[in-house]
Design a protein around this ligand. Structure first.
Ligand code: ADP
Length: 164
């Protein structure tokens, strides 16, 4: 099942939450900052040992103080107009996160709207990519949450979900 939810992703009691990280994995603003604050300092220490992550790729850490057992970190593309492989890179984020989640036997997972904050990806286009990926993996999970941080952002997913 795919669900559109408006929430602070750090509060969700799912097996894994996804972090829209940057290539350093050393924390940042937005959802990344919120996840690091909620998970506690062990998360930063663990991320430091991973030594970074390339755009489009993903890696996993424990959730430490979060309700979620795991955090799967992925680095979305910075939007540069759409001619620099941004769609392929964003698709690759979702695919790589799902593949890592399957390896760890994750059954419930929540995604923020990767790249749609500071990285500037157009929200409608990003939501299409998120939903297409979620539908491709839907059968292999109990619950895939597409988590929005505002009612306006949630409305974008809701509109796409009804037009199935
Ligand atoms: P990026 O650098 O990938 O654009 P941001 O963190 O700036 O990442 O934004 C990604 C999305 O996460 C945005 O839609 C933003 O509104 C949302 N967001 C920010 N904080 C949270 C949070 N605590 N829970 C869920 N979503 C959040």
């Amino acid at each position: 099942m795919i669900q559109s939810v408006r929430a602070d992703i750090t509060t969700l009691a799912v097996d894994a939450i996804v972090n829209a990280a940057n290539e350093t994995l050393l924390g940042g603003g937005g959802v990344d900052g919120a996840i690091h604050r909620a998970a506690g300092p062990e998360l930063l220490a663990t991320c430091r040992r991973l030594g970074g992550c390339r755009t489009g790729e993903a890696c996993i850490t424990p959730g430490f103080r979060l309700a979620a057992k795991w955090v799967i970190h992925t680095v979305g593309p910075v939007w540069r107009g759409g001619k620099y492989h941004e769609p392929q890179l964003l698709e690759s984020c979702y695919r790589n996160v799902f593949d890592i989640a399957l390896q760890r036997r994750v059954r419930t997972i929540a995604f923020p709207a990767i790249s749609t904050g500071v990285y500037g990806y157009p929200k409608d286009q990003a939501a299409q990519i998120a939903l297409t990926a979620a539908r491709a993996y839907e059968n292999r999970f109990d619950l895939i949450i597409l988590c929005s941080y505002s009612d306006q952002d949630k409305a974008i997913y809701d509109a796409l979900l009804v037009s199935r």
